[in-house]
Design a protein around this ligand. Structure first.
Ligand SMILES: *Cc1c(COP(=O)(O)O)cnc(C)c1O
Length: 391
């Protein structure tokens, strides 16, 4: 495919026209959502998938389907999108932030282990920027403690470990179709799982517990309305046809960039483990703060035309006002604390490695519209600018 074509093209239009002509925009019983489910199952080699209105909704449905008691703890990384923890918070669960590896920026078994308590109900692993977290040891640890692992794959389409796609390794994998992800339908999300019962619960949770699948548990619990529409499914179905090419291209460019900046003094490329295939939602290297002023280097690179910016999110999630003030349900004491019978706190220093990463990293925006020549030019600029401004 040509990367000069618009992101949404003729196939998206044909699918949308098909939906309009069908007279049905509702997902249940709709042609497009049903075709999209089949397409996603075959792409992942997974047996079940449920589509919903966003990636945040996907995570909420996966965690909601576990039926954890309020006040239970959920371990998750602090360098991620707020969407990772919104669902757990609405379920009155307690996000517990584990620190991350200094070079993959992901949580791993050792950082998770120190956060497990008798009250841990789930682990949500995030494959940040499309770089797979070390799932083998994480799953060994979690299984030995009987803790389910949900994968937040919103940034990780096509990322894989030893050829197995992320999202198929834990009990459920959650994806986003928002405007910024590898593929998009404006907004949307889905949960893949190999567990039929869990799938039915997830699908039911996304649709007010109306039991569209007819399992016999209609309105048996409280559940939000996170339905996708046929219009979104029409666009998502067309986007899935481009996914392999997008992933392949991003991987080629991202791996090339990381290899190219290897060995520059004071610069640490984004680390991808052997056997791990990264799908580069972005890449982000770190600098030695003694050698470079991070902000100065990021600005100098941007001036030279490299799509660089200082850090990823401004600060770890736990330093955002909503956590620092615990204003999850403003005007009320945090119900999770009342139910857990103890208080929790979020403060600077909770995850020192994550804080250091966000203070010393430079994010490079890699996407499929870039060329090998672009990447080689960026590598040359990083070498040049690093030499010029090293302190
Ligand atoms: C994008 C994203 C989400 C949320 O997805 P939405 O579709 O925007 O709700 C969750 N987690 C991560 C890591 C993301 O990047």
């Amino acid at each position: 495919m040509s990367w000069n074509e618009p992101r949404f093209g003729e196939q998206e239009k044909r699918n949308l026209t098909g939906v309009i002509d069908s007279g049905q925009l509702f997902y249940h019983g709709g042609q497009m959502t049903s075709r999209l489910r089949e397409r996603a199952c075959s792409w992942f080699g997974s047996s079940h998938v449920a589509f919903m209105s966003s990636g945040t909704a996907a995570i909420h449905c996966a965690i909601g389907a576990l039926g954890l008691e309020p006040g239970v703890e959920v371990i998750t990384p602090p360098i991620t999108d707020m969407g990772t923890v919104i669902g757990p918070l609405y379920q009155n669960l307690v996000p517990v932030f584990a620190d991350v590896d200094p070079h993959t920026y992901n949580i791993d078994a050792s950082t998770i282990a120190s956060k497990i308590t008798g009250n841990t109900g789930a682990i949500i692993v995030v494959h940040l920027a499309g770089n797979p977290a070390r799932m083998g040891p994480i799953l060994d640890l979690a299984t030995s403690r009987g803790i389910p692992v949900i994968e937040d794959c919103a940034q990780a389409y096509g990322a894989a470990i030893d050829g197995k796609k992320v999202g198929t390794l834990g009990i459920a994998g959650c994806y986003s179709l928002n405007a910024f992800k590898h593929v998009s339908c404006g907004d949307g999300g889905f949960v893949i799982t190999g567990d039929k019962v869990l799938h039915e619960k997830v699908a039911n949770f996304a649709d007010k517990a109306y039991d569209r699948a007819g399992t016999g548990d209609r309105l048996g619990q409280l559940a939000p309305c996170y339905r996708i529409t046929e219009l979104q499914s029409a666009v998502a179905l067309a986007q899935f046809e481009k996914l392999d090419a997008i992933v392949k291209r991003r991987r080629e460019l991202g791996d090339r960039f990381n290899k190219g900046i290897h060995g520059i003094e004071g610069i640490h490329p984004h680390h991808v483990d052997d056997g791990h295939a990264c799908s580069y939602w972005f890449t982000m290297f770190r600098v030695d703060p003694g050698r470079f002023d991070r902000d100065e280097l990021a600005a100098a690179l941007a001036f030279e035309g490299v799509p660089s910016s200082a850090g990823y999110i401004k600060q770890p999630l736990y330093l955002e006002p909503v956590f620092a003030r615990k204003s999850f349900f403003p005007g009320s004491r945090w119900p999770a604390e009342v139910l857990a019978g103890k208080s929790f706190s979020y403060q600077a220093g909770d995850c020192p490695v994550a804080e250091a990463i966000l203070a010393t990293s430079i994010k490079i925006a890699i996407d499929e519209t870039r060329t090998v020549d672009d990447i080689d030019a960026w590598i040359a600029k990083v070498k040049l600018v690093a030499r010029e401004i090293a302190g």
